[in-house]
Design a protein. Structure first.
Length: 399
């Protein structure tokens, strides 16, 4: 395609936004469906945590394996292959007749979706210079709030109107449209291939892991993700069991929370470019401590209060990922970026899987169905946030 450079860049970012939207929605929509799964299949909070963590754990393993080879291929072809597998596996989720099938399907979906997400960040890192990378990350990462404001509420509405399979069917249809748009719009991106193929895959992995700056970036990712996912998977079950919301109230939390974050994610991106990525990460992360504590200790309140807490939670807890990903992406050497970001994706998935499982064992429920121990997960998240602020100071942006 022959497009103006600015228009070409914007078009690419919108396509990548579409990939991330479906990936995030696929991951996020399962969590507010937790009350339905617990009720329909009579599963325990621990079994639900396993269902959540299966997605991230398989994504972590796949990302490690993919990280050895991903830089050897054109970024566009790699993304299309991975995203095609994600689309098919989403259909398998929709077809699941029982808990075991869904657990297996989620594992396959996570393997493809997690690596596709890493491929998106590799493309942003290759195409967008550091001076505009915070803004670009802000655009791509609006996928998270858009999936919350539009995808998850729509998914929950479909689940309430039909059954829990409907959101996954919807996702498969949207993913198919995004796939063909990406195949049409994205250019070849293979300038890195020759140098990448000159190295043995194991040597490439060792080069990533022997760079102290890149290891610090991976550690930052691990700590931040573990803290966030100590809390996030159990927000919906806690809101229903302890705060007193109805399952039909949950879409409002994601609708208003996501709507606010659509605007603030881009704001955080622009401010990260102007004021400095490290400074913005410190500010946003520091403020995020308050909604973390509020969300995990919320007593029975009216729906509007729960919505206000969720809005604040999503603005700051999810918002800190915008400057964080700009920092982490910039820490990678260009010829190692695909491998590094695949390992970073693996770190994210291992961290979220470990956090979900840990919270699943910490959180229990009473005979009346109320969840206990959620406040402990909140304290863990706060501790991780403080540590992440300290770690971010030592990560250098090299490109």
């Amino acid at each position: 395609m022959s497009l103006d450079p600015a228009l070409r860049e914007r078009s690419m970012l919108l396509v990548l936004l579409g990939v991330q939207f479906t990936h995030f929605m696929d991951f996020m929509v399962l969590m507010p469906l937790g009350p339905q799964f617990i009720r329909i299949w009579q599963i325990t909070p621990t079994e639900f945590a396993i269902l959540v963590s299966a997605y991230t754990l398989s994504a972590a393993v796949a990302s490690v394996l993919c990280g050895l080879y991903v830089d050897r291929f054109d970024r566009k072809r790699a993304l299309l292959f991975l995203y095609g597998g994600f689309t098919i596996s989403t259909l398998l989720c929709a077809a699941a007749p029982d808990y075991a099938w869904l657990l297996a399907a989620r594992s396959i979906s996570g393997a493809f979706g997690g690596i596709a997400g890493a491929a998106v960040y590799s493309i942003v890192g290759d195409v967008i210079p550091d001076a505009r990378r915070g803004t670009a990350m802000g655009i791509v990462m609006t996928a998270f709030p858009i999936s919350a404001v539009a995808g998850v509420p729509l998914g929950l509405t479909l689940a309430n109107a039909f059954d829990w399979r409907a959101p996954f069917t919807f996702l498969a249809v949207v993913s198919t449209l995004v796939f063909f748009t990406a195949a049409w719009l994205l250019p070849r991106m293979d300038a890195h291939v020759v140098q990448a193929r000159s190295r043995h895959p194991i040597r490439q992995a060792m080069e990533v892991l022997s760079d102290n700056n890149q290891v610090r970036a991976l550690t930052l990712t691990a700590v931040m993700i573990f803290g966030g996912f100590s809390v996030i998977p159990f927000i919906a079950p806690y809101m229903v069991a302890n705060v007193g919301l109805a399952e039909t109230d949950l879409p409002w939390l994601y609708l208003f929370g996501g709507a606010a974050t659509v605007f603030t994610s881009r704001l955080w991106g622009r401010m990260s470019d102007r004021r400095g990525k490290h400074q913005m990460f410190t500010i946003i992360s520091g403020i995020s401590i308050f909604p973390l504590l509020a969300c995990t200790n919320l007593p029975p309140v009216p729906v509007w209060v729960a919505v206000l807490v969720m809005v604040t939670f999503m603005i700051f807890v999810s918002g800190r990922f915008v400057p964080a990903m700009a920092i982490v992406t910039g820490a990678a050497q260009p010829d190692l970026r695909g491998a590094f970001l695949s390992f970073n994706s693996a770190t994210q998935q291992f961290g979220s899987s470990a956090a979900s499982l840990a919270s699943g064992f910490i959180i229990d429920h009473t005979a009346s169905g109320r969840l206990t121990g959620y406040w402990i997960s909140g304290l863990i998240a706060v501790g991780c946030t403080i540590l992440a602020i300290r770690l971010a100071r030592d990560v250098r942006i090299v490109n």
